[in-house]
Write a protein that binds this ligand. Structure first.
Ligand SMILES: Nc1ncnc2c1ncn2[C@@H]1O[C@H](COP(=O)(O)OP(=O)(O)OP(=O)(O)O)[C@@H](O)[C@H]1O
Length: 255
């Protein structure tokens, strides 16, 4: 088991955003976290990535407790994420944005960097090469020297995913990756995630509203409604589940 969410509750003052929720994700699975607006999905991501501490319960990654650990240390452990609203550096190129994801992995010292010693150059070359490999897989290498914000919305999402992959994660968390995309782009994105899972040998946990996309991509899902788990299991069963259909006001019919 790569990720175990155990009886997590998160309260913000009087608001209970997540209530006694548990689920687990297996290695190389594509797992969906779904539910209506305000259900607690992003809060769950923020707990897994160390941005929030759970009020109760715990998170285990490869069997080790990670709740209470700072976000940058969780990235070191092997969990990277993208955000609901694209967060790219506006004045940077696509390549520079991807390179940001590598920073913590630098093996040269501050001293070696200042004096531009050989290890610095060797490491810089290795990192740049890896950035191009990642951009190649995502089909954005041709835009390497363009300003990231000059790309289409769909391509910018890929830059964000490339940056997350640069951290060399074992678990990738994607917050509404298909938001704002047209059906063609969404179809292409689903294929890309299968490719990413296989080529980078990683597990994907994603939040998504587009049920067609979830149905195509996910092995299993967890459905939250007002912070409570209303379904956990196979996507094929989720789309037939009465309570899930009710919470989604029939959205699943289109899946
Ligand atoms: N930092 C915070 N302080 C106070 N309340 C918060 C905070 N973050 C989230 N909440 C509340 O927790 C609940 C769950 O919010 P959350 O953003 O996790 O939902 P969501 O399922 O991700 O929704 P959406 O699909 O709209 O992104 C909401 O009632 C929200 O207002």
């Amino acid at each position: 088991m790569i990720l175990e969410v155990c009886n997590v509750t998160k309260k913000f003052g009087g608001v209970t955003a997540i209530k006694d929720t548990s689920f687990h994700v297996k290695a190389k699975e594509i797992y969906g976290l779904i539910g209506p607006n305000g259900a607690g999905k992003t809060t769950m991501f923020n707990i897994i990535t160390g941005n929030y501490e759970p009020t109760e319960g715990s998170i285990k990654f490869h069997g080790q407790k990670i709740d209470g650990i700072k976000p940058h240390k969780i990235v070191h452990r092997g969990i990277a994420r993208t955000f609901q609203n694209i967060r790219l550096f506006k004045s940077m190129t696509v390549l520079e944005n991807v390179l940001i994801g590598f920073d913590y992995q630098a093996t040269y010292s501050y001293f070696e960097a200042i004096f531009r010693l050989p290890r610095f150059f060797k490491e810089e070359k290795r990192v740049k090469q890896r950035a191009f490999e990642i951009m190649e897989v995502l089909g954005i290498a041709k835009y390497a020297d363009e300003l990231a914000t000059s790309l289409s919305y769909g391509q910018q999402r890929k830059v964000e995913i490339a940056r997350a992959l640069a951290a060399n994660p074992q678990l990738l968390l994607l917050d509404e990756p298909a938001a704002g995309m047209n059906p063609n782009e969404t179809h292409e994105l689903a294929e890309l995630f299968f490719k990413i899972r296989d080529e980078f040998d990683i597990t994907i946990l994603l939040i998504e509203h587009d049920m067609k996309f979830v149905n195509k991509l996910c092995d299993r899902v967890m459905v939250l409604d007002y912070g409570k788990t209303i379904f956990e299991g196979d996507i094929k069963d989720a789309i037939k589940d009465e309570e899930v259909i009710k919470a989604y006001l029939g959205d699943f019919k289109h899946a």
